[in-house]
Design a binder for this molecule. Structure first.
Ligand SMILES: N[C@@H](CCC[C@H](N)C(=O)O)C(=O)O
Length: 256
């Protein structure tokens, strides 16, 4: 038996576990079960907080399929709120995740999370591909509100080309204002559309700068709420000082 907490960041929801005493060990099938929306707690992923030398904490992220994932931006924001709620730090923090160190700060329920620098943006036929801590395919759309993102996303995610490259998350993006985009994401490892994806909206914002000339900070609408992404673009397809900002909320706690 262990204690769990549940957090959500713009509707991307996570089971959170404090393992700073290093007394919890979960198998892939246990994590999948805990994330199951019918037979478990229900979540897009599970995050474990641990102690880490030189940092306030380590964030380990698992997708809903029970497998360790690449970086999760909304999960990172929720992990920062969780660590703050646990009293691990106050105000600003530095933590380590699968893609390296991150700096973050929190004010009430709003978390600003520094993301890794981005280079190596690939141009594809009518789409883009880049890694913002997780791999993301980006395509611009019209009438995104009515798109069947689950089917269209799965078709791309399971194409041989992407499967052979380790899979990708798939984002559809529509410009809805002078400096605002609407993003819907099919997530690898959840194998469904989620209400929001932090590394996905970050990727969408950077590509909106390249393709549509939108400037930092870019406002983002997702199915689960609003985010913003700030960045510097010192040269061509390279981005630095990337910051993902938005709400991270504790939903409830319990025992499993
Ligand atoms: N929801 C996440 C993205 C998580 C990573 C992804 N599903 C993967 O492993 O490919 C986010 O907020 O960034």
């Amino acid at each position: 038996m262990g204690t769990f907490f549940k957090y959500q960041g713009t509707g991307n929801d996570f089971v959170m576990i404090d393992n700073r005493l290093n007394d919890i060990s979960l198998s892939e099938s246990q994590i999948e079960h805990l994330c199951h929306r019918r037979f478990g707690i229900g979540a897009d992923g599970l995050i474990i907080i641990e102690n880490a030398d030189g940092y306030d904490f380590r964030m380990k992220y698992y997708n809903a399929d029970g497998k360790e994932g690449s970086m999760c931006g909304n999960g990172g924001r929720c992990a920062v709120k969780f660590a703050s709620d646990l009293g691990v730090f106050s105000g600003s923090t530095s933590f380590i995740a699968v893609d390296g160190p991150h700096e973050a700060s929190i004010e009430n329920d709003i978390v600003s999370l520094g993301m890794i620098d981005v280079s190596g943006v690939e141009t594809l036929e009518q789409a883009w591909f880049l890694n913002t801590g997780s791999p993301h395919y980006i395509a611009f759309e019209k009438s995104l509100e009515t798109k069947n993102v689950k089917d269209a996303g799965a078709e791309i995610r399971y194409a041989d080309f992407w499967v052979n490259r380790g899979g990708t998350n798939v984002n559809f993006v529509e410009q809805i204002g002078e400096n605002e985009i609407f993003v819907r994401t099919y997530e690898r490892g959840v194998e469904d559309e989620t209400y929001s994806c932090g590394t996905g909206v970050t990727a969408a914002a950077l590509i909106s700068n390249l393709e549509k000339g939108l400037s930092s900070p870019i406002k983002i609408k997702t199915l689960g709420g609003n985010l913003s992404v700030g960045f510097a673009n010192p040269s061509g397809h390279n981005f630095t000082n990337i910051e993902l900002k938005g709400p991270a909320i504790r939903v409830f706690e319990g025992v499993f």
